[in-house]
Design a protein around this ligand. Sequence first.
Ligand SMILES: C[S@@+](CC[C@H](N)C(=O)[O-])C[C@H]1O[C@@H](n2cnc3c(N)ncnc32)[C@H](O)[C@@H]1O
Length: 251
Amino acid sequence: MDGADEDAWSGVAADWAALWGGFSDPARRAIIAGAGIGPGSRVLDVGCGSGEFLAMLHSVGAVAAGIDPAPRMIDAARSLAPDADVRLGAAESLPWGHDSFDVVTAVNAIQFADDTLAALAEAARVTVPGGRIAISNWAEGARNDLDVLERAVAEAAGEELRPDGDLRQEGGLEELLTEGGLTVLEAGIVEMPWEAPDDATLVRGVLMGEDADVIDEATPVLLAAARRFRTESGGYRLVNAFRYAIGRTPG
Ligand SMILES: C[S@@+](CC[C@H](N)C(=O)[O-])C[C@H]1O[C@@H](n2cnc3c(N)ncnc32)[C@H](O)[C@@H]1O
């Protein structure tokens, strides 16, 4: 599943929550530690998806808010994190006032903004002076087992995978923060395993959002490419990586 279309994200919200909702947890934990999030921290998660990070933030005592343009993601987030202030909207125009948050986060989300620098400026506007902005995203394809599967499917269809964007490269997130006027405090890379207990779940997870005829055609290719990732229990384990960077807003 890729792209910025909110209807598409709404359409996969239930599957996303079931299969990928917890996937970002290692990056979320790195952000909580690196940005010093704890009891009473006011935190906005941009592109909050089905709300798993909001629930985690609540569990460490933070006061969480979230925003996402996909209505069904918002429904899922509200139900998973009932204490959070969850609003429908996009990174480019945040419906909160200046200095509303101590920390703003965006995990696997800021790349979907039409203008990432404008989205970062909007995040900085709602963050207190001297606050933190933490962004995290897939590392370059060569570090991700998922890339092996997506490449096999694309090649079988006579297509090419889109090249890695700047934000996936080493230093890309730091460059964005610096360009946005922030001081980079910390950056790192975290391992992000994803497991599927059987063939059907692997197909559902990797081909999420695809049309039925595409799924029919791609399934045998996907299962063949995934053999090397099989576990002893008959499932699959993919190891991927996310980069993250944390910056301080001016002031
Ligand atoms: C890959 S999901 C990640 C969700 C969540 N952050 C996580 O880590 O599980 C990407 C999310 O970004 C949202 N999104 C797409 N375009 C966006 C935008 N312009 N501003 C904010 N969120 C956006 C999608 O609706 C989707 O919920």
